[in-house]
Design a protein around this ligand. Sequence first.
Ligand SMILES: *[C@@H]1O[C@H](CO)[C@@H](O)[C@H](O)[C@H]1NC(C)=O
Ligand SMILES: *[C@@H]1O[C@H](CO)[C@@H](O)[C@H](O)[C@H]1NC(C)=O
Ligand SMILES: *[C@@H]1O[C@H](CO)[C@@H](O)[C@H](O)[C@H]1NC(C)=O
Ligand SMILES: *[C@@H]1O[C@H](CO)[C@@H](O)[C@H](O)[C@H]1NC(C)=O
Ligand SMILES: *[C@@H]1O[C@H](CO)[C@@H](O)[C@H](O)[C@H]1NC(C)=O
Ligand SMILES: *[C@@H]1O[C@H](CO)[C@@H](O)[C@H](O)[C@H]1NC(C)=O
Ligand SMILES: *[C@@H]1O[C@H](CO)[C@@H](O)[C@H](O)[C@H]1NC(C)=O
Ligand SMILES: *[C@@H]1O[C@H](CO)[C@@H](O)[C@H](O)[C@H]1NC(C)=O
Ligand SMILES: *[C@@H]1O[C@H](CO)[C@@H](O)[C@H](O)[C@H]1NC(C)=O
Ligand SMILES: *[C@@H]1O[C@H](CO)[C@@H](O)[C@H](O)[C@H]1NC(C)=O
Ligand SMILES: *[C@@H]1O[C@H](CO)[C@@H](O)[C@H](O)[C@H]1NC(C)=O
Ligand SMILES: *[C@@H]1O[C@H](CO)[C@@H](O)[C@H](O)[C@H]1NC(C)=O
Length: 512
Amino acid sequence: MAIAAANAVVIPEPTAAPARAQVRSPVITPAAIRFDGHYSYLNEKRNFVDDIISGADNVLHSLGSVLGTDLPSYIVSGIPNYFQDFPIGDDVKSSLGIDDDQLDAAPTEVLNIPPYANWTKEGWNVRFHGNVYKTPNISQDKVDDLANIFLIDTEVAELPPEGKEQARNLTRSIFIVQQGDQNVTMHLEPAPMQGGDGEPGGGNAITPSGGSQTVNLPHLTTDQGDFDVFVPIRNVSDGGLLAGNETNNVQRLNVYTNGTLTGNATAFLVPPTGLTFISDIDDILRVTKIYDPKEGLLNSFARPFVPWMNMPEIYANWSRTLPTDTHFHYLTTTPEQATRVYMDFIYKRYPGGSFDTRPLNFSDVDATLSIRQFLLTKIFQTFPQRRFVLVADTSNSDVMKDYPQLAHDYPDQVACIFLRNTSATDPSDKFPYDTSGFEGLNNRSYMFFKVPDDLRGLDIVNGQCLNQSIPQNVTFGIQDEVLGIHGAAAKLSSSATMSFVVALVATMFLIL
Ligand SMILES: *[C@@H]1O[C@H](CO)[C@@H](O)[C@H](O)[C@H]1NC(C)=O
Ligand SMILES: *[C@@H]1O[C@H](CO)[C@@H](O)[C@H](O)[C@H]1NC(C)=O
Ligand SMILES: *[C@@H]1O[C@H](CO)[C@@H](O)[C@H](O)[C@H]1NC(C)=O
Ligand SMILES: *[C@@H]1O[C@H](CO)[C@@H](O)[C@H](O)[C@H]1NC(C)=O
Ligand SMILES: *[C@@H]1O[C@H](CO)[C@@H](O)[C@H](O)[C@H]1NC(C)=O
Ligand SMILES: *[C@@H]1O[C@H](CO)[C@@H](O)[C@H](O)[C@H]1NC(C)=O
Ligand SMILES: *[C@@H]1O[C@H](CO)[C@@H](O)[C@H](O)[C@H]1NC(C)=O
Ligand SMILES: *[C@@H]1O[C@H](CO)[C@@H](O)[C@H](O)[C@H]1NC(C)=O
Ligand SMILES: *[C@@H]1O[C@H](CO)[C@@H](O)[C@H](O)[C@H]1NC(C)=O
Ligand SMILES: *[C@@H]1O[C@H](CO)[C@@H](O)[C@H](O)[C@H]1NC(C)=O
Ligand SMILES: *[C@@H]1O[C@H](CO)[C@@H](O)[C@H](O)[C@H]1NC(C)=O
Ligand SMILES: *[C@@H]1O[C@H](CO)[C@@H](O)[C@H](O)[C@H]1NC(C)=O
């Protein structure tokens, strides 16, 4: 049925989608919801279908390009496009009509993203990263006007109280003015049971008996207010920090930014060996529905975040039962401005752990596509002897490329890859994904699963990544549920190829 419907669709004029989207952005530029024509196969790829048909001897390759630059960037990057192109710095000032005097009066705030630290010859080496900014004093009415831009078919006034709070929180966190050339100083001290940023226990971390000290970051913040630097910390005279080669525990320090009460974080001193879970968040730890833009927007802006099924229970069990050197790291490519909302959600439901989001210098579309790989490579290189469990879902094509690539590049470091097969449980996920990266990997080192319970009972430490009761039938190549393509694209006739492309186009218009 899907194919028949798709075949009936005439490929529309290239302007159709952008025109609709731009209506929604009267207040700020760039648009909050934008079909990026530059990355649309409707626009520059006028001859795209012809190209595929004439290149029929290499159809697989051509279809691969459908998942490359031809799709809207938010599908490719796994970042919803409403999380693309947030205004920063002067754009915020001018869109809000605020002047320097007003801003000077606002206090300086610091987003201090929970760091990890590795053990080196110089001692513990902590990766401090985050952003320095000011929050303009804008009225609630204005905040609501701004929030309304992100809402489809509803507005803040119509939301229930917790929806209003979510919309206002996230919107306020976007309309901030980043502060460049700032000198940042951190104070560290042992973290008791709960971290200074409200992080729960879990992740097996212990409280060292000392280690209090003040650290001055060696560089000023970038023009965009960011800092991201490894700094060795001292084993101060009370000798309270355990050396990385004499403990199997993750140690936990609180990090307070001097001069503000907003810059609290918990740092994790991670021993050189052991397991690190690296987990994406959208559609694996929380329900987002990135692939369904309207729902994705509502689930981000209009509703408090909710966990995906009983995933918190699975993580809680891992955190309780795995060896003490286990470390949890949350790595999402959501933009830095949304970090607090994501952290708040995670730390109320999942084990404590370090965090990564997309820094501001990765905001342009090309850089957006490489951010996950950049952040993953950084943590792999920081812990060359640790083994990693990579967790995410099939709806992000950067995950589908980067996770198996890491297993090829660092075969001794990837313990397991767990991917939620999103389209198996959510029929609204109509986007194709590409499994070719998994070809050649040990087929017992990864699992495509449907529900969190599929992850129960695995002996991960001893290398068990596969639940025997979850049948795996992975073919390598493009997977598309709409057309029933499972890596067999190379065998498609050109008319089937045509259907595939048209179905994609049709899907885009159905959901926009
Ligand atoms: C731990 O590492 C330090 C610094 O590299 C070294 O001096 C010390 O001998 C090591 N201790 C053990 C038990 O290996
Ligand atoms: C924010 O602006 C309002 C209205 O101009 C003013 O009443 C309030 O005191 C200001 N708040 C701060 C924290 O400056
Ligand atoms: C909104 O922000 C406040 C303070 O930053 C926080 O306590 C509250 O939990 C947030 N609410 C939501 C729904 O994120
Ligand atoms: C930050 O300020 C401290 C104390 O004033 C100074 O010693 C340090 O050099 C400054 N750091 C940078 C990167 O300018
Ligand atoms: C810190 O000093 C104590 C006492 O000298 C020592 O036992 C411990 O290994 C040192 N820790 C680090 C991180 O160097
Ligand atoms: C940060 O920590 C300080 C010191 O414990 C505390 O007073 C402050 O309320 C904390 N800030 C937040 C946002 O929790
Ligand atoms: C962003 O800055 C980091 C250093 O903080 C640098 O390593 C990275 O290459 C930069 N990325 C881009 C896309 O400019
Ligand atoms: C610690 O991390 C830094 C930064 O990623 C890396 O250059 C260094 O090699 C790591 N040290 C060890 C001993 O793994
Ligand atoms: C995902 O689930 C769908 C529907 O059950 C199935 O057709 C597809 O092959 C699965 N994908 C993978 C990679 O296992
Ligand atoms: C892994 O590959 C082997 C050899 O091709 C095959 O016999 C086995 O069924 C595969 N296992 C899974 C879980 O796909
Ligand atoms: C909890 O985790 C442990 C260790 O990974 C595993 O052996 C056990 O089966 C898990 N329990 C459940 C209910 O998943
Ligand atoms: C495995 O997938 C292929 C291709 O999609 C399909 O033809 C076959 O029936 C599937 N086998 C099982 C046991 O599900």
